[in-house]
Design a protein around this ligand. Structure first.
Ligand code: IDP
Ligand code: MG
Length: 161
């Protein structure tokens, strides 16, 4: 039961964020979590996992014909991933802006990729690119029981409730 999420339109929006294996290996998990926390989003799911080929094939289904696809799947399976679900107003669009350009060499300073990575093939983080895709990706990476609905005590500092 969530009083505030229903009271403020759009506050219940959710997105899938994943720290990719290079980000975990480079000990960037804390830095990345910090940015989403400090922006004001709510963490509703979090786990460290070794992604299976099946989940990665489903996750990157649209890219299956790209020349970099086999290397992308090897990269994503090369170590553990930290998968997260973050919730808040406009979280899908805002997190894409926080993440920055897919090509790290084009990503602006101040963005996660622009501050923490140099190359498109090791760009440290995934973020869903639309609300519909986010819903599909969340159900791919998480069971419903792994997502926690909870109230943050600072809701009225972040939103007009
Ligand atoms: P996104 O992660 O910014 O949404 P997409 O175009 O959806 O970017 O591509 C998914 C992932 O595939 C990228 O984050 C990156 O890891 C990888 N990728 C995309 N384009 C290239 C490329 O040209 N070379 C190598 N890897 C790529
Ligand atoms: Mg994408």
């Amino acid at each position: 039961f969530s009083l505030y999420s229903t009271a403020v339109p759009g506050v219940g929006e959710r997105t899938l964020i994943a720290v990719k294996p290079d980000g975990v290996q480079r000990r960037l998990v804390g830095e990345i979590v910090k940015r989403f926390e400090q922006r004001g989003f709510k963490l509703v799911g979090l786990k460290l996992l070794q992604a299976s080929e099946g989940i990665l094939a489903e996750h990157y289904h649209d890219l299956r014909r790209k020349p970099f696809y086999p290397a992308l799947l090897r990269y994503m399976a090369s170590g553990p991933v930290v998968a997260m679900v973050w919730e808040g107003h406009n979280v899908v669009r805002t997190s894409r802006a926080m993440v920055g350009d897919t090509d790290s060499s084009q990503a602006k300073p101040g963005t996660i990729r622009g501050d923490l990575s140099v190359h498109i093939s090791r760009n440290v983080i995934h973020a869903s690119d639309s609300v519909e895709v986010a819903e599909r990706e969340i159900s791919l990476w998480f069971h419903t029981g792994e997502l926690i609905s909870w109230e943050t005590s600072d809701q009225c500092d972040l939103y007009q409730v």
